[in-house]
Ligand binder design. Structure first.
Ligand code: 13P
Length: 249
């Protein structure tokens, strides 16, 4: 069975105080083995978060990284640095990175390989824009983004991935895909994965992201192909994030 994963992507938000507060609030949380939870703060908070989350159910994630090993790359952070600070998950190909920082499918693929090589779990983010959806291209865009990475990986690498389906039109807009809309596309992803490998399709976790909140998480998570959530805005508030984690457990 697939263990649900709820990951909170703080994007460019947060503070040392918020990191501490999350550590304290989740210290007594007992989600048992029924759900995995990760918080993904900006880089500077990783060391404080690693400390604050020790002994809690919170795993640590990073929002991006540079796939090169080391060297003269001012401002960049590599995978080994993330590992050194206890990071387990790393987002790759978030639509904000694709849209605003020009990351292509080829860049995304390179990052997925580098993350796997460093022992990190890549959370591969895919999703269509509103124009693409209106043009009836959702399936082609999303499966194209998945295939662009999967076709370059060995079977043993593929099974370590998590895929997050985040329709771009639902991110930060308050407009959530209906459970049926999300399920339709995520079902397509799993069906496509089965054409590669049935066992992979059975075990790989698919997360939904895009205005997931405490009030809609349960019905999204009840869909057969939704194994968790990648939560933006609602992951900044302890009570909201906690409630989403509970609805997955
Ligand atoms: P929101 O939950 O704020 O829509 O953000 C979703 C997201 O982009 C998570 O990566």
């Amino acid at each position: 069975m697939r263990t649900p994963l709820i990951a909170g992507n703080w994007k460019m938000n947060g503070s040392v105080e918020r990191v501490r507060a999350f550590g304290e609030a989740f210290a007594g949380a007992d989600f048992s083995a029924a759900v995995e939870v990760a918080v993904i703060p900006p880089f500077p908070y990783l060391p404080a978060a690693a400390q604050a989350f020790a002994g809690t159910p919170l795993a640590l994630g990073a929002q991006t990284f540079n796939p090169l090993p080391a060297g003269a790359h001012t401002g960049e952070v590599n995978a080994a640095m993330l590992v050194e600070f206890g990071v387990s998950y790393v987002l790759v190909g978030h639509s904000e990175r694709r849209q605003h920082y020009g990351e292509t499918n080829a860049d995304v693929c390179q990052r997925v390989c580098a993350a796997l090589g460093a022992g990190l779990i890549p959370v591969l983010c895919v999703g269509e824009t509103l124009d693409e959806r209106n043009a009836g291209a959702t399936r082609d865009v999303v499966l194209g983004q998945v295939a662009a990475v999967m076709q370059h990986l060995e079977a043993s690498q593929r099974e370590r991935l998590v895929i997050a389906y985040e329709p771009v039109w639902a991110i930060g807009t308050g407009v959530t895909a209906t459970p049926a809309e999300a399920q339709a596309t995520m079902g397509e992803i799993r069906t496509w994965l089965a054409t590669l490998d049935n066992a992979l399709a059975e075990t790989l976790r698919l997360l939904y992201g895009g205005s997931m909140k405490a009030s809609n998480a349960a019905e999204l998570l009840a869909q057969p192909d939704i194994d968790g959530g990648l939560v933006g805005g609602a992951s900044l508030q302890i009570d909201d994030f906690f409630a989403i984690c509970q609805s997955a457990g």
